[in-house]
Design a protein around this ligand. Structure first.
Ligand code: PFF
Length: 455
């Protein structure tokens, strides 16, 4: 974002927006979360439903969300008031987004903290020459340690606040140009290594093979929820970024590019992680530790593995940081636009709020209270509960609201100008509108009803 006298700022260029939006989308969701929920949900059919959700629900909403931001030139709550009047009930949608941003960042920062910690252990040679059992023990020890979780989560939050505080995004975007392709390159290298593993065939069939009996109960809503999570949709993040976007930029094409890149990285992560999982007899259903146990095993057996593992986790931290700042930006922009706070104050206060909320998640692996006892009471520890409420329910709900607002409430003249401006996709306007009006709300409602057992 260009530094300017207004606390809002603007993108220095169109590429600035694309890099920031792609940076927001590509993160732990692709590399950490998608593979482990694919493992938990039985593979192929889940992946298939996820891909359909991205194309049919996610992409049309993404276009809509960015479009609201650009039309209003305001961040999330203020945008709805600008477009629909100061007392509009739609502003609640923006409010929901702000709350969800805090919730998502509260567990995201814990996992990002693990990634920071792994970068440090890898750099100090702590992962080299380890057996698969030892590598699993390292994760177990990380997950259950109170000080490690608190310290590394806090460190990651300090980094995130610092970036939002200082508005040094411009620098970060320039870095994305190098670091995002580097992450892709390293995943590509791991893929080459994975294709030579004995479990590659089994892994490929797991990720892409379709068996009707694969899917477990909550799989459909998890696939839908994750399609929102991974694209950073439904809580006003892309809306806020869109508010800084110049008028001539082609929103549909940019959205398609971002969704495409995001999907490729998620699939690549699966094709790297599952061959390792199957070749070394790890549990594909083991949950959030999957990437932290599988990827180090592959690196431990490669030449210059220590260096590569360090680079991999450092790039993962960077990917997480560019996503986390988009979450903190939603919270901060609310205080700036609605309450007139300075950027510094807004960033610091929101960061502190998130850090407090992160404590129970950070302690979930270690404590009886947030782990074991809650698990016994509600079938889930705090970390999983927050992730589930935020990703599976709140983001799709927010996304449905955004679809309804764009499709039914926004004046057609404004909407069509925003969609068509500079766009090669102008001819798809009517089709997009039909999808947003009918297909998206009905699909989300159907998945919600399915999840509560109506059918
Ligand atoms: N899309 C990010 C990821 O996949 O890691 C996570 C995320 C960022 C979710 C921003 C929601 C959000 F608003």
């Amino acid at each position: 974002m260009a530094e300017s006298s207004s606390p809002r700022g603007a993108w220095a260029s169109k590429t600035g927006f694309v890099l920031a939006a792609a940076g927001s989308a590509v993160g732990l969701g692709n590399v950490w979360r998608f593979p482990y929920i694919t493992g938990e949900n039985g593979g192929g059919l889940f992946v298939m439903i996820y891909l359909v959700c991205i194309a049919v629900v996610g992409l049309p909403i993404m276009i809509g969300e960015i479009l609201i931001g650009r039309a209003a030139q305001r961040s999330t709550v203020t945008a709805f008031k600008t477009l629909a009047g100061p007392h509009t009930p739609w502003k609640a949608l923006g409010g929901l987004g702000v709350v969800v941003a805090y919730l998502v960042l509260s567990f995201y920062s814990v996992v990002a903290g693990w990634a920071v910690y792994y970068t440090v252990i890898a750099a100090r040679g702590g992962l080299g020459g380890r057996s698969p059992e030892e590598i699993q023990e390292i994760f177990g020890a990380t997950y259950t340690s109170i000080p490690l979780n608190l310290v590394w989560t806090a460190l990651f939050m300090v980094l995130t606040v610092a970036v939002v505080w200082r508005g040094v995004r411009n620098g970060l975007e320039r870095w994305s140009r190098i670091l995002m392709p580097s992450l892709l390159l390293l995943l590509g290298l791991l893929l080459v290594r994975a294709t030579a593993m004995s479990g590659f065939g089994e892994a490929f069939a797991f990720v892409f093979g379709l068996h009707a009996d694969q899917l477990t109960g909550g799989g459909v809503i998890e696939a839908l929820g994750h399609s929102f999570f991974t694209l950073s949709l439904g809580m006003g993040g892309l809306l806020t970024y869109g508010s800084y976007l110049e008028k001539q930029a082609d929103i549909p094409s940019m959205s398609a590019g971002i969704a495409g890149l995001d999907t490729v990285i998620a699939l690549l992560a699966c094709l790297v992680i599952f061959p390792i999982t199957f070749s070394y007899g790890l549990e594909p259903t083991q949950g959030p530790g999957l990437i932290f146990t599988s990827v180090p095993i592959a690196f431990a057996q490669m030449p210059a593995g220590g260096l590569l593992a360090t680079a991999f986790f450092a790039l993962l931290v960077f990917a997480a940081l560019t996503s986390a700042i988009s979450l903190l930006e939603v919270a901060a922009a609310y205080w700036i636009d609605e309450r007139g706070w300075s950027r510094e104050r807004a960033a610091l206060a929101s960061g502190l709020g998130v850090s407090l909320l992160a404590i129970p998640s950070a302690l979930s692996g270690a404590t009886e209270l947030f782990g074991g006892r809650m698990q016994a009471a509600v079938g889930s520890n705090w970390f999983d509960l927050v992730a589930n409420i935020a990703s599976n329910w709140s983001l799709p709900l927010g996304g449905m609201g955004i679809a309804l607002f764009v499709a039914w409430r926004m004046p057609d003249a404004l909407r069509s100008v925003e969609f068509k401006s500079g766009s090669r996709w102008a001819g798809f306007y009517a089709g997009w509108l039909v999808v947003l009006r009918f297909v998206v709300p009905l699909a989300i409602a159907a998945v919600f009803l399915h999840a509560v057992g109506v059918f």
